[in-house]
Design a protein around this ligand. Structure first.
Ligand code: NDP
Length: 246
């Protein structure tokens, strides 16, 4: 149970991030979540959390902005008294073949997915060190472990998150802080809804469990990594992908 703990989840307005907020809330945590600009979806998540009786607040912030995320962590600390769990889930894609990919498409994806995770870890780690406790979970992707045509930017950012996870696990482990990554495969969200139906159909054939995953499948793994039962697990990448990568 996560009673008395505060979770800070990025990208909590929709998809996997919303499911993570709800699952951590169901497990007893208070939830501070970040969104980029979709007010309507952020309000929906707040309503769902309120229905579960979870203390929660939404924060609009660009995770790629170092200074803004520093202020965000201060605000969350003022509002909730601290952060016990950090889930770096916010992510974007800007798919293109590498020979056509613009500098901007590359930079944006690395800034949000990889630098965003660094920013939040950077600003929360002092609080974790003071408490000599903390859980960090980074949402990477099978694409970061296997590569994916059309996703050189995204795969590079997600692979970078794996290195970030392992370095942070080694740096902070002696203070009782764990840092792990969860790598989803193909999960039903707005991100996959925007993908070519043929690619999804082909992917489904390759997945041993023969279905796409649901956001809740990912959220359950994240909640486990945040639980007392996962106290001796750090620096790991847990794939939640129906067996796609093994
Ligand atoms: P969605 O596109 O459904 O949601 C993205 C979330 O991230 C939204 O809450 C969005 O906020 C937020 N966000 C985007 N950019 C920023 C930013 N700059 N600052 C703050 N918040 C931001 O994504 P998914 O739920 O599909 O994916 C969640 C994570 O899981 C991502 O990291 C993704 O890469 C990863 N993943 C997803 C897979 C899938 O199949 N869906 C597979 C593998 C990994 P807003 O609503 O305001 O726009």
């Amino acid at each position: 149970m996560l009673k008395g703990k505060t979770a800070l989840v990025t990208g909590g307005s929709r998809g996997i991030g919303r499911a993570i907020c709800l699952e951590l809330g169901r497990n007893g945590a208070s939830v501070a979540f970040v969104y980029a600009g979709n007010e309507e979806k952020a309000k929906e998540t707040l309503t769902l959390l309120a229905e579960l009786g979870v203390t929660a607040k939404a924060y609009r912030c660009d995770v790629a902005d170092f200074t803004a995320t520093q202020q965000l962590v201060k605000d969350v600390t003022d509002d909730f008294g601290g952060v016990d769990i950090l889930v770096n889930n916010a992510g974007i894609t800007r798919d293109n073949l590498v020979m056509r990919m613009s500098e901007n498409e590359f930079d944006e994806v690395v800034s949000v997915n990889l630098k965003g995770a660094f920013n939040l870890i950077r600003h929360t780690s002092a609080g974790f060190l003071r408490k000599r406790a903390g859980r960090i979970v980074n949402i990477t992707s099978d694409a970061g472990l296997m590569g994916n045509p059309g996703q050189a930017n995204y795969s590079a950012a997600k692979a970078g998150m794996v290195g970030l996870t392992k370095s942070v696990a080694k740096e902070l482990g002696s203070r009782g802080i764990t840092c792990n990554a969860v790598a989803p495969g193909f999960i039903h969200t707005d991100m996959t809804a925007a993908m070519n139906a043929q690619i999804l159909e082909t992917a489904q054939q390759l997945i041993p469990l023969k279905r796409l995953g649901e956001p809740e499948d990912v959220a359950k793994a994240v909640a486990f990594l945040c639980s007392d039962g996962a106290a001796y697990i750090t620096g790991q990448v847990i794939c939640v992908d129906g067996g796609l990568r093994m």
